[in-house]
Write a protein that binds this ligand. Structure first.
Ligand SMILES: Cc1ncc(COP(=O)(O)O)c(C=O)c1O
Length: 428
């Protein structure tokens, strides 16, 4: 992923690989006003260390954000301010995981969590997903199996809303069941929720944290996608004993998060502009998602399936099994376009024919052009396969049965296959 991000930083590359919010959507004059206000009113505080758990002002802003997602009973004292949500994943692993311990995650999972689980030598067991999010029935079977083997997972890691990378959202019945399972088995759940407020359509669903009341669910939030990724402010809310351990872990990691960044958040929130800004992000991303969905239909139509997210930043596309997206990426880069190959979201080598596509960080024309270029390299592979196997590639492709659920996300959203498989070629 690091190599990929370095390559995609080149200006000629259309990167659908990143997970970047579009910070040009944030007005520079507001940035200037907020920073001037901090300099005038709180310069010494902004330049000083702060308490490990965070400044009170920002904890109040966080309580407001959580209330906007239906978690109204949160007090500022319940909140641990962190250096991005990424630090919460690190701290939870640091606190709970010894080498060889089992951690449960979704299949696929957040690519940024993969090196974190790896660095603590967790044994990650990944649970299949479908259009309704994590298959909680499979989770229960897995927990039974692990129990028979005498192994108890340290926690279940899930991104229930607008999943990165899968783009799907866990249904309400599954949320309820997951919380029940956690209670029945006294199992901690880490709910990673950077995208919940970025909903373009459909009704909001309660967070796992609100369904559980905070007994077994550790909640991870972040300002990265609703305000700024560069300020690096996130947070955790956790059951009491876990909270204390996370706090001690954070002290060891970095003493405290940047006071300047925290004051930026607090001052900005006092201006009351954040809800308006959130609407701006949503409007831009919704349009970009629609452009991406249209381009996929046009340029990859018969050769791929993909999810249709109702919010967030990503969708997940799956190609025929014989196309390896890690190899495909090398070819795509020759055409100056990038995506995240599916394997980055698995710890067990699966995901080989899938890819994550980001629609938030790239302008609409570039999204269309990027998908067009990906479509071209995919068609080359399909034609090559047809030549090598002696089959007429496109029709064989159309007749391909759905891959086994364990193998990929292709069954997430069963998409009707179009009769006119060659239309995409005509529009090349
Ligand atoms: C699911 C998920 N969790 C955590 C993070 C970390 O975000 P940050 O550290 O910027 O808050 C991201 C970032 O993309 C993410 O997608």
């Amino acid at each position: 992923m690091r190599d990929l991000m370095a390559l995609t930083a080149q200006p000629q590359v259309i990167s659908l690989a990143g997970g970047l919010p579009d910070m040009t959507v944030f007005p520079p004059e507001v940035m200037a006003k907020v920073t001037a206000q901090i300099a005038a009113e709180a310069s010494a505080r902004a330049l000083q260390y702060g308490p490990t758990e965070g400044l009170d002002d920002v904890r109040e802003a966080i309580a407001q954000v959580m209330a906007a997602e239906g978690m109204t009973a949160i007090e500022p004292d319940d909140i641990l301010v962190t250096t991005g949500g990424q630090q919460v994943i690190d701290l939870v692993c640091r606190t709970l995981v010894d080498p060889g311990d089992v951690v449960i995650a979704e299949a696929p999972t957040y690519p940024g969590a993969v090196p974190c689980f790896g660095s603590f030598e967790a044994d990650v067991v990944q649970i299949a997903m479908d259009a309704d999010g994590m298959r909680v029935d499979e989770l229960e079977e897995t927990l039974d199996r692990l129990e028979r083997e005498g192994r108890r997972p340290k926690f279940v890691y899930t991104i229930p809303t607008f999943h990165n990378p899968a783009g799907v959202t866990m249904s309400l019945p599954r949320r309820r069941r997951l919380v029940e399972v956690a209670r029945e088995r006294e199992l901690l759940v880490l709910e990673d929720n950077p995208y919940g407020l970025l909903r373009f359509e459909g009704e909001p669903l309660p967070t796992l944290y609100s369904l559980d009341g905070g007994e077994f669910v550790i909640y991870l939030g972040t300002f990265s996608k609703i305000l700024s990724a560069g300020i690096r402010v996130g947070w955790a809310v956790a059951p009491g004993p876990v909270f204390q351990k996370l706090n001690i872990g954070k002290q060891a990691a970095d003493l405290c998060s940047s006071s300047l960044s925290q004051l930026f958040v607090a001052t900005y929130f006092r201006s009351g502009l954040w809800a308006e800004q959130l609407e701006r992000f949503k409007e831009v991303y919704r349009r970009r998602r629609d452009v991406m969905l249209g381009a996929l239909e046009e340029f990859l139509g018969p050769h791929a399936e993909w999810t249709r997210p109702q919010g967030g930043l990503f969708l997940w596309a799956t190609l025929p099994d014989y196309i390896d997206t890690t190899d495909l990426l090398a070819r795509a880069l020759e055409s100056d376009v990038a995506f995240v190959p599916g394997r980055a979201a698995y710890l067990d080598g699966r995901g080989g024919s899938s890819m994550r596509l980001n629609f938030s960080g790239v302008a609409e024309d570039d999204i269309r052009e990027g998908v067009r270029r990906i479509g071209r390299v995919v068609r080359e592979q399909v034609e090559l396969y047809g030549t090598l196997t002696g089959s007429a590639a496109a029709p064989a492709e159309r007749d391909r049965p759905d891959p086994a659920p364990q193998e990929s996300m292709a069954d997430v959203v069963p998409l009707p296959r179009r009769a006119g498989g060659d239309r995409a070629r005509g529009t090349r």
